[in-house]
Write a protein that binds this ligand. Structure first.
Ligand SMILES: Cc1cc2nc3c(=O)[nH]c(=O)nc-3n(C[C@H](O)[C@H](O)[C@H](O)COP(=O)(O)OP(=O)(O)OC[C@H]3O[C@@H](n4cnc5c(N)ncnc54)[C@H](O)[C@@H]3O)c2cc1C
Length: 352
């Protein structure tokens, strides 16, 4: 098969597309093998809450809305309206991935399924050995803890001018509901958390019936998937280093996976290009550190009563919410915020 010496990227999601962009941009021959015919088909809210630290450019015509912050509700009451640090976008994920891969110059082979037991990709009835590459196959390859997430695509005039992400914590559930505006008058409204799929569905149905934004909306589509929340788990599968959600590059408290997966893909690709070990480079990345801190916080939160969870959520200052939520947590900036909020200092530092 032509291009046998090319670097193989398994999976054309955000991690695979970012890795392909970096490697092809450095002049390597790259082949992206994608099991599906359509890209970005996996359920996703498509929100990237901060674009400042993205390692790759988001193609302009894939941006469907600009986001200028997030509004957080705790048990139905408004808790915070956060703008600082949250300048993001909602994307048309399929269009973004198609454009990123096409612009990179990498080859994209659809309907190509990687089989780890054979260390090979199956295309039609034939197998092609993969000698060098990265595995960006998403949550199905993740060896850690996952939770359920369910979302509906809704249509309502209420979403037309929405330029913030709406997050609703219900502290009886370890998780949250979200309203992420989409194109024109549509939004993805979902819930993710530590609960069974049927229970989440009942909770989401109730939320949609009662929330002022959604109670008169029309449901266009229902979909669900799992999210890796167990933190970074580096390693190889079928001989390939895992990147993106397959390696746990998802922020465990928020379920945000597009930006972390892209960053991990770019970090791994840089390492591969310069002969370094991609696993070591991802391990040392600041996004891996942010994910580890969030995972520790999640462990604590899981063991708290709903009342203590509500108290903790409300006691975190707005500026720290964005920093923690985005996984941009380094001791220096945290200490600066907490110097202004001394009573919180001991509680949070003890989690690091
Ligand atoms: C309901 C829901 C809502 C979400 N909302 C958001 C959000 O708003 N913002 C956000 O940042 N994150 C969100 N996430 C998380 C985000 O979707 C993922 O973390 C992110 O897409 C992971 O990127 P990835 O490239 O690692 O994997 P994926 O996006 O899962 O891509 C993996 C690709 O690999 C392909 N593949 C799988 N197996 C094989 C194989 N054997 N051979 C070849 N190809 C294969 C798949 O078809 C897929 O195209 C959400 C998740 C869910 C479930």
């Amino acid at each position: 098969m032509a291009g046998e010496d090319a670097i193989a990227i398994i999976g054309a999601g955000p991690a695979g597309a970012a890795a392909a962009s970096v490697l092809a941009g450095k002049g390597f021959a790259v082949r992206v093998y994608e099991a599906n015919r359509r890209l970005g088909a996996k359920p996703c809210g498509k929100g990237i809450p901060s674009i400042g630290d993205l390692p790759v450019r988001i193609p302009r015509d894939s941006i469907v809305r600009r986001i200028k912050g997030a509004v957080l509700y705790v048990n139905g009451s408004l808790a915070f309206d956060v703008e600082e640090g949250l300048e993001g976008v909602i994307v048309d994920k399929e269009r973004m991935l198609e454009a990123m891969i096409a612009e990179s110059g990498a080859d994209l082979i659809r309907g190509a399924v990687f089989k780890p037991s054979k260390g090979a990709v199956r295309i039609g009835a034939k197998y092609f050995e993969v000698k060098r590459g990265l595995l960006a196959g998403g949550h199905a390859f993740y060896p850690g803890e996952t939770i359920n997430a369910l979302q509906y695509r809704l249509k309502s005039p209420m979403f037309e001018n929405l330029d913030k992400l709406l997050i609703y914590f219900d502290t009886w559930l370890i998780g949250y509901y979200y309203i992420f505006p989409g194109p024109s008058n549509e939004a993805d409204v979902g819930v993710g958390g530590f609960a069974r799929f049927n229970d989440l569905q009942a909770l989401l149905d109730k939320f949609i019936k009662t929330s002022e934004y959604t109670r008169n909306a029309v449901i266009l589509k229902r979909e669900g998937a799992r999210i890796a929340v167990g933190g970074v788990k580096l390693g190889t599968t079928g001989g390939l280093p895992r990147i993106g959600e397959a390696a746990g590059f998802v922020l465990p408290l928020t379920g945000e996976g597009i930006r972390p997966s892209m960053i991990s893909g770019a970090v791994a690709a840089e390492a591969l290009a310069s002969g370094r070990n991609p696993l070591d480079s991802m391990d040392k990345s600041s996004i891996a550190r942010g994910i580890r801190v969030q995972r520790r916080i999640l462990e604590k939160v899981k063991s708290m009563s709903p009342e203590r969870r509500a108290e903790l959520l409300k006691s975190i200052p707005a500026e720290a919410h964005a920093m923690i939520a985005l996984g941009k947590i380094d001791r220096g900036s945290l200490v600066k915020v907490l110097a202004r909020h001394p009573r919180l200092l001991a509680r949070i530092i003890s989690l690091l």
